[in-house]
Design a protein around this ligand. Structure first.
Ligand SMILES: Cc1cc2nc3c(=O)[nH]c(=O)nc-3n(C[C@H](O)[C@H](O)[C@H](O)COP(=O)(O)O)c2cc1C
Length: 217
């Protein structure tokens, strides 16, 4: 099985927004849901895909390099499976080290102001489990409030998570192709300024009704 994630394409065309996808999966060779999402992002023009576990197998994150990457992009996306209602641990390490005072927050920390942030997640649980009455008790947007507040503290524009539920059966149930196609639509629309950002901000998840927030090419 080819598990290699190609590097984001070099980009001679000038797009409206540059998008940085920070991908975190600790065992990508066993991934069914995230691997095609990462591969599709890497194949899309104007998207930079960074495989954090591949770049930092010992968790020694190059803070300077990561901060330069952030400065060079307009949209930052965390792409990952949901692990214990949160991110895989390398993304927490990345936050702890890269989002420094006087860079990302604080009176002189304006580097991320105006950039867009959202998470693209896959969850093993079904969508019906992610509500007050379900066994997970909270919606995915509620569970991601620490990331929402991280973005707000850093002066970023927060969008709700782009989410796939029931991820472990998505391939056998034939749901992955449509989800990957929606993901590419979202990335291209953000890249080309074809998303109604104000409407998107209010949604429970980004892919709840894409036709209402995306203008087609
Ligand atoms: C350590 C670990 C923690 C997990 N925590 C959750 C969780 O909190 N909620 C959930 O719905 N699924 C959870 N899962 C299931 C994964 O989210 C699911 O296997 C993954 O999204 C499938 O994507 P993949 O095929 O790319 O690995 C967890 C899986 C692992 C291994």
């Amino acid at each position: 099985m080819n598990t290699e994630i190609p590097k984001g394409s070099a980009n001679p065309i000038s797009f409206h927004r540059k998008i940085l996808v920070l991908f975190a999966h600790p065992s990508v060779e066993r991934s069914e849901a995230n691997r095609p999402l990462a591969q599709a992002a890497a194949r899309t023009e104007g998207i930079t895909l960074v495989d954090l576990y591949a770049e930092y197998p010992t968790f020694v994150i190059d803070v300077d390099r990561e901060q330069k990457r952030l400065l060079a992009h307009d949209v930052v996306v965390f792409l990952h499976p949901l692990y214990w209602y949160s991110t895989p641990s390398i993304l927490k390490e990345w936050q702890d080290l890269v989002l420094e005072h006087d860079f990302a927050y604080g009176s002189k920390g304006t580097a991320l102001h105006g950039k867009i942030f959202f998470s693209a997640i896959t969850a093993g649980g079904t969508e019906t489990a992610y509500c007050q009455e379900g066994y997970n008790h909270f919606t995915i947007r509620q569970l991601f409030q620490p990331l929402e507040q991280m973005a707000m503290l850093c002066g970023m524009i927060y969008l709700p998570p782009f989410a796939l539920f029931g991820a472990r059966t998505a391939v056998e149930e034939g749901r992955i192709e449509g989800h990957v196609a929606d993901w590419v639509r979202v990335l291209k629309a953000l890249r080309d300024d074809r998303m109604d950002i104000e409407a998107a901000r209010e949604l429970s998840k980004l892919n709840v009704e894409l036709d209402s927030i995306l203008k087609e090419d």
